[in-house]
Design a protein around this ligand. Structure first.
Ligand SMILES: *[C@@H]1O[C@H](CO)[C@@H](O)[C@H](O)[C@H]1NC(C)=O
Ligand SMILES: *[C@@H]1O[C@H](CO)[C@@H](O)[C@H](O)[C@H]1NC(C)=O
Ligand SMILES: *[C@@H]1O[C@H](CO)[C@@H](O)[C@H](O)[C@H]1NC(C)=O
Length: 479
């Protein structure tokens, strides 16, 4: 944190910028499968007053890009590397496969921890659990609570046929029957209340809302009784339940006296899953695709004291990899890691330009698909994903008509996202030279890939070998 100080000597005064030895508390909230059209500032049919209240007093990020699915986004977020440099580009980490976020790269939690922060991880991890070395308390978090895998019943915390809920490393049944959103909020509030106020706090709170299974407390579903589509009704309730929880988090931060020295970031890990209640209208596509609806998701930054300009929408782009250097800059921690991310703190804080002019949506050498962005232009290689329509909010329970996979026949597509954010006009035949330039850039970038790490399932990991609980301890450590 820097502050202006007036220094006077013999009637001559000058302003000095001083660095404060009082780094801000940082709260990073990640929603699960929350799409563009699933927050009230993009869709007034959804009730998210707490999120919108914070967003409107902060900066709404209108071009916040993430990966198409969970684990890759979380890996990018925590390390500052694109998933194609982590071996995470091909998809999610499955519970019974020995796959994980590599320990050869630092996490933002490790960096903050090493620089005096108390670090808390609450909620869904989904970055590997076959060896303890891949789990939160071994990746820079002082405390952790929640789900190691990718999804579980919101009330029974069963991830497939194994129980998956721990406080630190210990299996914990005290939240059985309590919705994950409420459970994670309670654990996060305990962490806030127990925080030594003389030390800065980093809280990484990763909800499993509004991811499947679609379950919410009846009172939340009842708020949407006019919504006929069952998935959309329950999903909307889950979003509002999370919003109430964010209100509880804000209150706990205020009661603790942390609001005056706080930076809070809210993002979603990927776009809405249109088959499971989420919606990205008017953006094209769904979760699991490179279409904008899969990767351009709701986000904002709130801070009472650390933003020079507030109450505006920042439409310059940033990518999930940028949070690692951005949060470290917020914390006053210098880093010279050879990462893919760049700090966007100046853009966010001072309504500045983006610190990047291009980014990689993904490079997946197994599917032989990729997409990159340079300025306003987006080049996609291969199919960006078969859920390729612009999906309106479903009004009935009728199944959607099957989508023709019209994306397979064309090798490269070119879109001008600023002019055409819904990707309705493929410009590749009109601008062949531009396609060639972007292809050349993509080829250069692709050459640096780390092979996707997608090992086969290992029956040693199955919960039946571990008393019915997902348990680390059946794969080797990282190289
Ligand atoms: C979790 O671990 C931290 C750090 O060792 C400790 O302070 C805290 O009490 C633990 N929480 C529980 C519930 O055991
Ligand atoms: C945010 O992005 C959407 C979708 O591209 C666009 O319609 C809207 O005008 C943008 N808003 C601002 C304030 O830039
Ligand atoms: C887990 O990783 C650690 C550190 O690399 C290693 O010493 C240990 O043997 C691994 N556990 C198993 C079960 O292989």
């Amino acid at each position: 944190m820097t502050a202006m100080l007036m220094v006077c000597w013999l009637f001559v005064c000058s302003a000095l910028s001083v660095s404060s030895a009082n780094p801000p508390h940082i709260v990073l909230i990640v929603a699960d499968d929350l799409g563009w059209n699933d927050v009230s500032w993009n869709n007034p049919d959804i009730s998210t007053p707490n999120l919108q209240g914070l967003a409107s007093q902060g900066v709404i990020l209108n071009s916040s890009y993430v990966m198409p699915v969970c684990s890759p986004t979380r890996g990018a977020l925590l390390t500052g590397y694109y998933p194609y440099h982590l071996g995470l580009q091909h998809g999610i980490i499955k519970g019974d496969t020995p796959s994980f976020l590599t320990t050869t790269k630092s996490t933002v939690s490790e960096k903050l921890h090493d620089n005096g922060y108390t670090t808390h991880m609450v909620g869904k991890w989904h970055l590997g659990m076959c060896n303890w070395t891949y789990t939160p308390t071994y990746r820079g978090f002082d405390t952790s609570g929640g789900l190691l895998g990718g999804s579980a019943g919101h009330y029974d915390h069963m991830n497939g046929n194994g129980f998956d809920f721990r406080i630190n490393t210990t299996v914990d049944h005290s939240y059985d029957g309590i919705h994950s959103t409420e459970a994670y909020t309670d654990i996060a509030i305990n962490a806030i209340n127990g925080q030594d106020p003389d030390k800065p706090m980093f809280l990484y709170l990763a909800y499993q809302a509004a991811h499947t299974p679609l379950q919410t407390d009846p009172a939340y579903e009842a708020q949407y009784s006019s919504v006929v589509n069952d998935n959309r009704r329950i999903y909307s309730g889950m979003v509002t339940q999370m919003d109430d929880s964010v209100g509880r988090i804000r209150k706990a931060l205020e009661d603790k006296g942390f609001l005056d020295n706080l930076v809070l970031v809210f993002i979603s890990d990927n776009g809405g899953d249109v088959n499971n209640g989420g919606n990205n209208y008017p953006l094209r596509g769904s979760k699991s695709t490179y279409w904008e609806g899969g990767v351009r998701t709701p986000a904002f930054v709130y801070s009472k004291t650390h933003l020079d300009v507030t109450g505006y929408t920042q439409s310059n782009f940033l990518h999930a990899v940028d949070w690692y250097p951005t949060l470290l800059e917020v914390a006053g921690v210098s880093q010279s890691d050879n990462i893919d991310g760049v700090s966007q703190w100046d853009m966010i804080k001072s309504q500045g330009a983006s610190a990047r002019t291009e980014f990689v949506y993904n490079i997946d050498e197994i599917k032989n698909t990729a997409a990159i962005r340079v300025g306003s232009y987006k080049l996609t290689k291969g199919s960006p994903g078969s859920k390729s329509d612009i999906y309106d909010v479903p009004l009935t329970n009728r199944r959607r008509r099957a989508v023709r996979n019209r994306a397979t026949s064309v090798k490269y597509r070119l879109f001008d996202i600023d002019a055409d954010p819904t990707e309705s006009r493929d410009l590749s035949r009109r601008f062949p030279d531009l396609v060639d330039q972007l292809k050349a850039k993509l080829d250069t970038l692709s050459a640096t890939f780390t092979p996707a790490h997608v090992p086969a399932a290992d029956s040693n990991g199955k919960p039946r070998n571990w008393g019915g609980v997902w348990t680390p301890g059946w794969c080797a450590g990282d190289l």
